[in-house]
Write a protein that binds this ligand. Sequence first.
Ligand code: NIG
Ligand code: FE
Length: 394
Amino acid sequence: MGADPVDDPTGLVRDAALLLDGGRVAWVGPESACADGVERAIGRAPDRVVGVAGRAVVPGFVDSHTHLVFAGDRSGEFEARMAGRPYAAGGIRTTVAATRAASDDDLRANLRRHVHEALAQGTTTIEVKSGYGLSVADEERSVRLAAEVTDEVTFLGAHVVPADSGSADAYVDLVVGDMLAACAPHARWVDVFCETGAFTAEQSRRVLEAGSRAGLGVRVHANQLGPGEGVRLAVDLGAAAVDHCTFLSDDDVAALAASWTAGSGSGEGQGTVATLLPGVEFSTRQPYPDARRLLDAGAVVALASDCNPGSSYTSSMPLMVALAVRETGTTVAEAIWAATAGGARALRRDDVGHLALGARADLVVLDAPSRTHLAYRPGVPLVHQVWKDGRPVA
Ligand code: NIG
Ligand code: FE
C-alpha cells in the first residue's frame, strides 16, 4: 500500500499488509509487523502472498443508493437538459413505460450489466431500488429481480404517482396495501420520494410507517429539488438515511447531527445518515449539496451514485469521490470514508466499508500510489483489481 501525504484520522496504514482468511480480514497492519501478526492470527504462514507493488488499497465502495431495475434510455432528455431545459422528475414516467414493457430476461440482463459495471469500478456492496414499476405486479417483479443481485433491496413503490393512477392518496392506499404486501418479502428497506411533485410529508409518513410495520428499514429521498419536510420526517422516523439533502435548512442540519447523539430517537450509533448524490447535480446542473456544512455540524455523510437513467446515469463511485472533494467541500479522506464506511452506516452494516479485523475482505487495489489519486485524477480508470469476499472478482 502506498504512502499518502495527508495525515488521516480514519485509519490509514502506510506500507501495509492485509491477511485475508475465510472471506474476512484476519490481520492488518504495517508490513514490517506482518510475519509475527499473521503467525499469531492463524498460527501458520499464509497460503499465498499477493504483492500489489506500491499500489494503494481502499475498502470496496458501498453504493447505498441506485435505481438499477429499469429499461430504456433517456439520453434525449439529457440532451434537452444540456440545451437548457430544467430537470423535472416527470421523466421517471418515461422509464416506467419502458420498464413495464420489458421482459423479465431483458430487465434482469440490464440489471446484471449495471451491477457488473459498478463492481468493475470498485463497488462491492450495492443497494438497488424498485420504483419504475409502480403497479403491484411490476414493483413485485422489480424487487424480486433486485434480490437476485443484492441483499440490499429497497421497495420504492412511492417514487411518483403513475400516469394511469387516480389521485395521489388513492395510489398511496395501493402502495401501503397490496403493493407492500407483495414486495416486502423481497426487500430490506422501504423508501419514498418526499418532494413537491411526488409525495407530501403526510403521504410519505404513511408509506414509511406501513413499511416499518411490515418489517422494513426506512430510507427517504428528500430535499433534492427544493426545501421541504422530508429530512425532518426521516429523522423523526429513525430512518437509516435521507438521500439527496441538497436544500437544507439550519434545522435540518441540526436534526441530522442530533440523530447521532445518545438519547436521540434512533439510539447511539443508529442515527440518520445524510447521503449525498453529487452525480445528480453534475448531470442536472443543480447546485451541489454542502457536505462541509453537514460535517462541521456533526452529521454523518455518505456518498452514493444514485445510478438511474434520468438524473444520474453513472455507476462510478470514484467519480462521486472526485465530485464530493471538488464540489461539496470534503477533504479526500472524508470523501473516501463517505463512499465506504458512510455507505455502510447508511445501510446499517458494520461488516463492509472498512478493512479492520473481522471486516469482509472486500477491497479495491488502485493503480495509483495513494488514494488521493481518486480525487486528483478524475475520470481516469484507476481501479486495478477488485476483491470481494477474499477473492479477486474484477
Ligand atoms: O433519485 N429523485 C427521485 N428519483 C430519482 C430520479 C429518477 C429519474 O429521474 O428517473 C433520483 O434522482
Ligand atoms: Fe434516487
